[in-house]
Every structure is written in C-alpha cells, then in structure tokens.
Design a binder for this molecule. Structure first.
Ligand SMILES: [Zn+2]
Length: 199
C-alpha cells in the first residue's frame, strides 16, 4: 500500500516535538481509521492558530491582537516588568506565582552561534520600554543555563543604563533547569525570594 498523500501527512506530523517516523505513522493511520472528524477539527484549529496568532507589539508574547490582554489590562502593575525567554516560561510564572506585574518575552536567549543576538531578542524594544520611566523593577527570569545567565547579564546592563532596579530569581531554581519544568512550589519560592542585582 502506498499513497503520496499519506506519506506527506506522515512527513508533516514529524514537525511536532518528540514525534519520530514510527509515531507519525501511527498518528496518521489512527486519524484515517478512527477519527476523521477530530483530524478535520485539528487541521482547522492549526491553520487558524498559525495564521492569526502573532506577537504582542509591546511584550512580544503570543497574541491575536496588536496589544495582548496582559499589556492592556489596567489591573496589572506597570511598575513591575518580568523578563522571560519564552511564552511557555511566562505561563509557568503566571501559573506558579501570584505575580501581578507585566512581562517582556525575549522569544529566545542570547546565543550568537544560533544567530540570537540583542536584535533578535527585542532588546531595543525593552530599552525603549524602560526609558518610559514607568518600570521600577526589572525581574530577570531567564533560565539558569549558561545562555540564560549570559542573557541575564545583558539585561542587568540595560537596567543599569536606564537606571532601573534589576532583580533575579533566587535560590531553588536548579542550575540548568528550565522554568517550564520546575515544579510550581519551587518556582513560586524562587520568584518570591528574588535578589537585587548589584551593578
Ligand atoms: Zn503584551
């Protein structure tokens, strides 16, 4: 049995994380045999999400609107700005802590070899934001990896240049750990006990 469309479907499914050739094959056969309605819905949702979800022009997180709901909300404390690497990290902080400030999402981390420099991380946008004089504390919540630490260093320099106090998540976040995989209690503790960065 051979079908060009089937092979193309199996190939396309492999763009999902953790899905290899075998799993992609199983998924493709599954939907064709048992769940064509679910598959149709999935394809429509995927197309709509990819087409309509862009990035907030202010904080760069995923958003269907030019300004995301967190940036637009008057309930959020504009004097606190938490910098995270990814929208998933933002979600982790949001779910684990009682944080009520705003965010800035780098959409990556400093990694010159992968072409991720200050420009790609939106550092200009962040610096302009700090220059508005509304932010009083820049909470650096990059991951405690080598690249995350290098990113944190860059962020603290920008904070210093704009005269904004910078803090870093405290002990409890294991070295090399990613925020999204840290349990909520640990992340909440690290967030609550953040430390002032001495410049
Ligand atoms: Zn936003």
């Amino acid at each position: 049995m051979s079908s060009l469309l089937l092979n193309e479907l199996i190939d396309a499914l492999r763009c999902l994380p953790g899905v290899g050739a075998k799993t992609a094959q199983r998924m493709a056969f599954h939907v064709l045999e048992r769940d064509r309605v679910g598959a149709k819905k999935l394809s429509e949702r995927l197309a709509a999400a990819v087409e309509r979800i862009g990035n907030c022009t202010r904080c760069r997180t995923f958003s269907e609107d030019a300004i995301c709901s967190t940036c637009a909300s008057p309930q959020r404390d504009a004097s606190l700005l938490c910098v995270v690497e990814t929208p998933v990290d933002q979600l982790a902080v949001e779910q684990a802590t009682g944080y009520r400030g705003r965010y800035f999402v780098l959409l990556g981390r400093l990694s010159p070899l992968d072409g991720m420099g200050p420009k790609e991380l939106g550092i200009d946008l962040l610096a302009a934001r700090l220059a508005e004089n509304e932010v009083r504390e820049l909470i650096i919540a990059t991951n405690p990896t080598v690249e995350g630490e290098a990113t944190a260093h860059l962020l603290s320099q920008i904070a210093r240049a704009t005269g904004v106090r910078a803090t870093r998540l405290a002990h409890g976040v294991p070295l090399g750990g990613e925020l999204e995989f840290i349990d909520r209690g640990t992340l909440a503790h690290a967030f609550g006990g953040r430390l002032l960065i001495e410049n």
